[in-house]
Design a protein around this ligand. Sequence first.
Ligand SMILES: *Cc1c(COP(=O)(O)O)cnc(C)c1O
Length: 348
Amino acid sequence: MIAIPPPLRLRLDSAALVANWRWLAAQSGPAACGAAIKADGYGLGAREVLAVLAAAGCRDFFVAHWSEAAALMPLPTGVALSVLHGVGESDMVAARLLPARPVLNSIEQVARWRAAGEGRPCDVMVDTGMNRLGLRVEEALGGALDGLAIDTLMSHLASADEDHDQNARQLAAFRAVRDAVPARRYSLANSAGICLGGEYAFDLTRPGIALYGGTPRTEAVGHIRQVAVPESRILQVRSVPAGESVGYGAVWTAPRDSRIAVANLGYADGYLRCHAGSGGATWRGRRLPLVGRVSMDLTAFDVSEAEGLGEGDWIAIDYDLAQTSAHTGLSQYELLTGLGARFARHWH
Ligand SMILES: *Cc1c(COP(=O)(O)O)cnc(C)c1O
C-alpha cells in the first residue's frame, strides 16, 4: 500500500504546546505540572504530545484507558503514566503487564488491586462531590485505603470553570482526605483548577484543555496560545451569479456575483453543522466566510475577496477555541476531540 496524503490536515504548534505547559507549570507554583493526554491527546495525537512535553520536562501523564496506555509504550525514561479509569476485572492483564499506575476508583477496584498483590504503588481517586468516579470521602476516611501504597491521591473538580461555591467545598473535603490518608503526593486541579489559585495546586496539577489552546477561565486569557489549526484543500472554485443559492436547503443566496470555494471538510471530519452562520477561514490574510450548510465532506466559503485563490490551495479554518465555542455552542473540548481521523496531524 502506498500512503496518500489526505486533503485535510491539522497544523500543530509544538512551541505553543510547550509555552502553554510552561505557563500552567508557573501557575502551579511549587507543584509539579502533569498533562492529561486521554482521547489521543484531546485529538492532537497522544504520542506526539507526550514526546514534546516530556522533552520540555513534564513527568506525569494521564490517559483514560489501558488501551491508550499500551499505545504509548515504551515510555521515555523518567516519565510516569496513570490510567484514570482504574482496574476493572478485564483490565488486570494490562495492569500487570504495563508500566503504568491504575487510578483506583472504587472499593471494588481497591480490593481487586490488593488481591493482585502487585505491591507496586497505585493512584487513588476520591470523589469530593462530583459523583462521577472515585471512592466516597467517608470510605477514604473510614479505612478503606489503609496500608495501600499510594503514589498520587487525587480528586477532580466539577465546577472549576465557574465561580461556584462547589469549588471551596471540594477543596475543604480534599484537605480532610489529605490529612487522613497517607500518599506520596496529592493532586486536585485540572486546567480551570490551576486558574483558581495556588491553594488548589497541592503537589501535582493535571491540565488538559489549556495545554491544547483552551481558555478554561478568564485568568488564562492572553496567556494560552492556539495549538491546533485545521486546514483544508480547495477542491474547486466556482462563479455563482447574484441571486443563486449554494448548498443543501438553499439557505445562502449570493447577494452579488461571487466566487465560492468548495473545501474538503465536513461534519464527517468533526466540522459540525453548527459552524454555519459563524464559521470562516483565512488565506493569505484574507477572511473567507463560510456560506450555506456544512455537508458531510464539503464546506463552501465565499472567496470573492481572495484574488488568486484556486483549486489545490490550502485554507486555514477559524478555530480559536474560546471564540469558536462561543459561536457554535460546542465546548472547547468537543471542538478538539471531535476532529476526525481523516486529518493528517502535522507537527511543527
Ligand atoms: C480530563 C481530566 C483532567 C484534565 O482536565 P481539563 O479540564 O482538560 O484540564 C484532569 N483530571 C482528570 C481526572 C481528568 O479526567
